[in-house]
Structures are given as structure tokens and as C-alpha cells.
Design a protein around this ligand. Structure first.
Ligand code: SF4
Length: 98
């Protein structure tokens, strides 16, 4: 059975039951989690606990509800990732993070 967290955002599923990436529109930007790069450091969650959480594999996923996350919180949390697993693009496609 696939958990509701894995259905919370668009993504690709290319290895045994795990999504390699998740993408979501949040606060006017597009955020992408590269789950192959994520090492579960949790700094993104410390900055934006309403946006990200760890799944049962210890890898970042979007929370089911992320509508209340502010733009600055999104950018700050994504910039905090030590392995650049979080990408942010604006509406024109310009990459803001990393
Ligand atoms: S800060 Fe980066 S490595 Fe750490 S949980 Fe978030 S996405 Fe994963």
C-alpha cells in the first residue's frame, strides 16, 4: 500500500516503492525534492516544519498540507539543505535555489 504522503505531490517512482523526487507549487515557487540526494539531515524541517517531514525511510517528503508556508520560509529551508537536495524555481523557470 502506498502511503498518503507519497501521493501528496507530483513525483517520479523508479525504484522499489520509493519516489526519487517530489515536486510541488508552494508560496509562488516550485519546490523539488531530490530524494536520491537527501540524507535526512533535517535542517529543512527545522526551518520549515510545516513544509517538509521525513518518511519512514528517513528521507524528506512534502507534508500533506503546505498551504500556510511563507515564501521566505520556503527559500530559507531549501537553502539550508547541506547536500542541495532541494531545488526552487520561480514562475519564469529561473532557479532560485541552490
Ligand atoms: S535538509 Fe536536505 S538532506 Fe536534510 S532532510 Fe532536508 S532535503 Fe534531506
Amino acid at each position: 500500500m502506498v502511503s498518503h504522503l507519497r501521493l501528496a505531490g507530483a513525483g517520479t517512482q523508479t525504484r522499489k516503492g520509493s519516489m526519487d523526487s517530489q515536486e510541488r507549487q508552494v508560496a509562488g515557487v516550485t519546490v523539488r525534492i531530490d530524494r536520491l540526494l537527501c540524507v535526512g539531515f533535517e535542517t529543512c524541517i527545522e526551518v520549515a516544519p510545516d513544509l517538509f517531514e521525513l518518511d519512514d525511510e528517513g528521507i524528506a517528503v512534502f507534508r500533506a498540507e503546505t498551504n500556510g508556508t511563507a515564501h521566505e520560509e520556503v527559500l530559507g529551508s531549501c537553502k539550508s539543505c547541506p547536500v542541495d537536495a532541494l531545488e526552487v524555481h520561480d514562475e519564469s523557470g529561473t532557479q532560485l535555489v541552490p
